[in-house]
Design a protein around this ligand. Sequence first.
Ligand SMILES: Cc1cc2nc3c(=O)[nH]c(=O)nc-3n(C[C@H](O)[C@H](O)[C@H](O)COP(=O)(O)O)c2cc1C
Length: 246
Amino acid sequence: MKKSIISVAVLCAASLIFAGCGGSSPASETTAQSAPETTAQSAPVSESVTESEKKEGTAEKSDSPKKAIAVYFSRVGNTEFPENVDVVSSASLQTDGSSVKGNAQLIAEWIAGEAGCDTFEIVSEESYPADYDQTVEQAKNEQNENFRPTLKTVLENPGQYDDIYLAFPNWWGDLPMPVYSFFDTYDFSGKTIKVFITHEGSHFSNTIDTIRNLEPEAEIIEGLDIRGESVKDEELNIRTWVQENR
Ligand SMILES: Cc1cc2nc3c(=O)[nH]c(=O)nc-3n(C[C@H](O)[C@H](O)[C@H](O)COP(=O)(O)O)c2cc1C
């Protein structure tokens, strides 16, 4: 009972926070700049993941230097924005001058730069609505239904990685459901998962425990929680964390 009151309070607080500082008015997101472009090294989908390929990636450790991958999910790469989306007044969108990027995407790119590894983007087959509020609503419904979106990107040969850096946004105090799909698909037993979350006030919520439940045989390390609003000020912090935790 106490727990549910706290949960409701946390969710309410989160809603208030990101309604206020997630700040992106839906209308404002439909007005300027170019379509998103990602630098993700995710393999294009040639075929869907079959049952036999599910939970791919069981422990394959070797004596060679640790191999890492920076995996991320961002709203940007999972949304078809209209041409010229307005990144200036859209709090959760970032631009490097030439393309629109998500907060978790930026985090993953800095991690990859520091760790000297590739990135992989988790992309759902079905895009989320360009309208921010509609995405918020859809994400809530998906969560209520424990829905697992089909993914359209495939992580090739997951067993080769020792360290999985994972960056994603806090969605309703939880992982976005495509990140659950990702964990349903691959088995990271024996691997190390270093978790980075971006949010507008809820920090990690219970996501670390959730990932521990989803990957009980992996070592889960709490990385950094980064406020979306100030992600651009955190590059050095993120790079330093990676250097100190390799
Ligand atoms: C569907 C949805 C739900 C969200 N829920 C929360 C939340 O519960 N708590 C919070 O602090 N921020 C919440 N946010 C804000 C995002 O976590 C934040 O803007 C994040 O930096 C976006 O990262 P991205 O650009 O990689 O998608 C939510 C955003 C969306 C779109």
